[in-house]
Design a protein around this ligand. Structure first.
Ligand code: PLP
Length: 510
């Protein structure tokens, strides 16, 4: 493909995407295909001769689109939002056009320096403590990781290496493997699966401590666990708290957790993958309480900042702790500006060597939407969730399971888990809206999350009508079945009486 053809293909692809996103309401949010559908639509070997891009684009419609779950649909209410926006898509396109890999400053100074800039912009926008900025006097700074999972793993690994080094200094009688064998980390039983996974990958048990009835993990629970572990000879390493848990968007108590972490010299990481977007709002300033005392935190721009996947911001109070833990050098990676302040080599801050130019899409999105546009977006999601919450409250057949938090409403039809499961199954079968279930203390419930690139009030009404009408149908079916079961029982009883009477008559006549 030459540049001329690339222009044609690229422009056609942009038109295709614009049509797709503009008309996304035309599709059911869930696809109708069965497993293996695509394997039957494409040849089992790649073409020997080049095909035209027009044929390929046609196949995007024929082969790919039917197998898409439409995450940008306003009828997507599962998980948490996966953001995108037109400027961010263009940023992604330009970054792949440049085709650079910015693992050190010299590999593309613009990649590193723009990341420093946008991470400081974002830290200020979210009103994070100043020590997280590159521009601050201290060793703090921010980096873009691919996902929250990576950010958490980086924090866990860095905390582990710091603890091993300091414990070996203070306990020279212990071998390295003895120290490593005693390490332990903490999080809440409400935290995301990626936290437990980070423990597996870091070969360190993570104790999932019980959150309170209100889904919140507090310092006293952590302290009790640490005291037990210390008494048993174990070495506490890190606590991963969550602001905005995946199940109910609960906020762990960072103030009390940080006090305990300080007392026991335990690293405190905050996973604010979703809720971090609300730090920008004055009306949500409570969420930021205690952040001045945490060692690291992450927030997914690809959830709440209109920047598409993958884009997870991570800030460190002392980036040297990560750099020192991960610094592995080779002669071919060296350059003359290494170690200069304001010029981090981000390869030391992450797991892979190579890194994408993610800062470009962030920069383009932030500039074209402005801080005001970003705040409006978060506020809009909150308002839409409030609208949905009111609809739930007004219908006495439903109940809220947890207080609405940001764009998430946790609710269920009154009755046991069975009716919640059946309702969700009906909704999934109809494919008009997509939600997932969560569970706490044996109670299952539905999570309604405001997602999509451009969700409107009417979309919330649409979703509600779908949900409540499906409950009406489900209840009607159930009462019909109950009536039928009642009739069968009546008939059975009737026959039994007759049979008994007949037998009695028969016996008498004998
Ligand atoms: N943490 C929380 C609180 C989440 O809700 C999620 C995903 O929804 C994650 C972490 C994982 O995010 P990622 O897919 O970026 O790893």
């Amino acid at each position: 493909m030459d540049a001329k053809e690339f222009r044609e293909f690229g422009k056609a692809a942009v038109d295709f995407m614009a049509d797709y996103l503009e008309n996304i309401r035309d599709n059911d949010v869930l696809p109708t295909v069965e497993p293996g559908y695509l394997l039957d639509l494409v040849p089992s070997e790649m073409p020997e001769k080049p095909e035209s891009w027009k044929e390929v684009l046609e196949d995007i419609n024929r082969v790919i689109k039917p197998g898409l779950t439409h995450w940008q649909s306003p009828n997507m209410h599962a998980y948490y939002p996966t953001a995108t926006s037109y400027p961010s898509i263009v940023g992604e396109m330009l970054a792949s056009g440049f085709g650079i890999i910015g693992f050190s400053w010299i590999c593309s100074p613009a990649c590193t320096e723009l990341e420093v800039v946008v991470m400081d912009w974002l830290a200020k926008f979210l009103k994070l403590p100043a020590h997280f900025q590159h521009a601050s006097e201290g060793p703090g700074g921010g980096v873009i990781q691919g996902s929250a999972s990576e950010a958490v793993l980086v924090a866990v690994l860095a905390a582990r290496e710091q603890t091993v080094a300091s414990y070996r200094e203070s306990h020279p009688e212990l071998s390295e493997s003895e120290v490593r064998g005693r390490l332990v980390a903490y999080s809440s039983d409400q935290s995301n699966s990626c936290i437990e996974k980070a423990g597996v990958l870091a070969a360190m048990p993570i104790r999932l401590l019980p959150a309170g009835e209100d889904f919140v993990l507090r310092g006293e629970t952590l302290k009790q666990a640490i005291l037990e572990d210390v008494a048993a000879g174990r070495i506490p390493v890190i606590c991963i708290a969550t602001l905005g848990t995946t199940g109910t968007c609960a906020y762990d108590d960072i103030e009390t957790l940080s006090a305990v972490c300080e007392e026991f010299k335990v690293w405190l990481h905050v996973d604010a993958a979703y809720a971090g977007g609300a730090f920008a709002l004055d009306e949500c300033s409570d969420l930021r309480k205690g952040l001045d005392r945490v060692d690291s935190l992450n927030f997914n721009l690809h959830k709440f900042m209109l920047v598409n996947f993958d884009c997870s911001a991570m800030w460190l109070r002392d980036a040297n702790k990560v750099v020192d833990s991960f610094n592995v050098d080779r002669i071919y990676l060296k350059h003359k500006h290494e170690g200069q302040s304001q010029i981090p080599d981000f390869r030391h801050w992450q797991i892979p060597l190579g890194r994408r130019f993610r800062a470009l899409k962030v920069w383009i999105t932030f500039r074209t939407l402005g801080a005001e546009g970003l705040r409006n977006h978060v506020r809009k999601h909150i308002e839409l969730a409030k609208q949905f919450e009111q609809l739930v409250i007004k219908d006495s057949r439903f109940e809220l399971v947890a207080p609405r938090a940001l764009g998430l409403v946790c609710f269920r039809p009154k009755g046991g888990n069975e009716v919640t499961t059946q309702l969700l199954q009906r909704l999934m079968d109809r494919k008009k809206i997509y939600m997932v279930k969560a569970e706490h203390a044996g109670r299952q419930f539905l999570r309604f999350v405001v997602c999509g690139m451009d969700t409107k009030d009417s979309d919330i009404d649409y979703a509600w009508t779908e949900i409540e009408s499906q409950l009406t149908d489900l209840q009607a079916e159930q009462s019909l079945m109950a009536r039928k079961a009642g009739n069968v029982a009546d008939l059975t009883q009737h026959f039994q009486i007759h049979l008994t009477n007949d037998n009695a008559t028969h016996e008498k006549s004998q």
